[in-house]
Design a protein around this ligand. Structure first.
Ligand code: DX5
Ligand code: ZN
Length: 225
């Protein structure tokens, strides 16, 4: 089955002092979505930013704001991310004991709902939650940092998830270590949203964004099977 593949640059690899221009540059250069990594220094061993930064970015994003929460707990922050303007809010399956409640609350707040699954969790654990999901994000690294090595054993998990989803309209996102070398395998396993930080932002700047465009085109070409 041919699926449209979306490229979602992660701003974790952008210039943190210049997010607005960086986002505009990758959109002009062909990004489909903007992927925003929120980390709390507790659920993952790194700290980025919260709802005020996401809200400040909102007017710069003309495509789709894909917000990946690597925080615990999630529920007390859902309303703040809705107000910040997230289009899709992804919470981790491992972030707490009540992912079902979390996904319901995300949709009730008016956003699309995503569920992320770490490499140490069997995707089968997402089975009872799939009808509450617009997207499932299979982590292809352990979350927390950009530029890590793709974990090959996640390919089987992507394929298993694709089988579990069947013909339901649920996207499979992959996040971590995605580049033109790893893209063909994740797409053939069933992924259709490719998050890429280093592979998109390497070689360019907001002032000289041509490399972003070349990187996005390389990725898209590699993802076209
Ligand atoms: C990792 C983040 C990713 C990260 C990916 O915890 O969720 O979105 O930015 O970075 P790359 O593409 O460099 O592996
Ligand atoms: Zn991410």
């Amino acid at each position: 089955m041919a699926r449209d593949i979306l490229i979602a640059p992660s701003i974790l690899a952008a210039d943190f002092a210049d997010f607005g221009r960086e986002v505009r540059a990758v959109e002009v250069e062909g990004a489909d979505w903007i992927h925003i990594d929120v980390m709390d220094g507790h659920f993952v061993p790194n700290l980025t930013f919260g709802p005020p930064m996401v809200k400040a970015l909102r007017p710069h994003v003309t495509t789709f704001m894909d917000v990946h929460l690597m925080i615990a707990p999630v529920d007390p922050m859902i309303e703040a991310f809705a107000e910040a303007g997230a289009d899709l809010l992804t919470a981790h399956l491992e972030a707490g004991p009540h992912p079902h409640r979390t996904l319901q609350a995300i949709r009730a707040a008016g956003m699309k709902a995503g569920l992320a699954v770490n490499p140490g969790t069997a995707v089968d654990a997402a089975a009872p939650l799939l009808d509450l999901c617009d997207l499932v994000c299979v982590m292809t690294v352990n979350p927390g940092f950009g530029g890590q090595t793709f974990i090959d054993s996640q390919l089987g998990q992507i394929a298993r998830l694709r089988e579990m989803i069947g013909d339901r309209p649920i996207r499979i996102e992959v996040d971590g270590g995605i580049d033109a070398r790893t893209a063909p395998a994740v797409v053939s396993a069933g992924a259709d949203v490719l998050v890429a930080g280093s592979a998109v932002f390497r070689g360019g700047t907001a002032d000289e964004p041509a490399a972003y465009g070349a990187n996005i085109r390389d990725l898209r070409k590699a993802a076209t099977l």
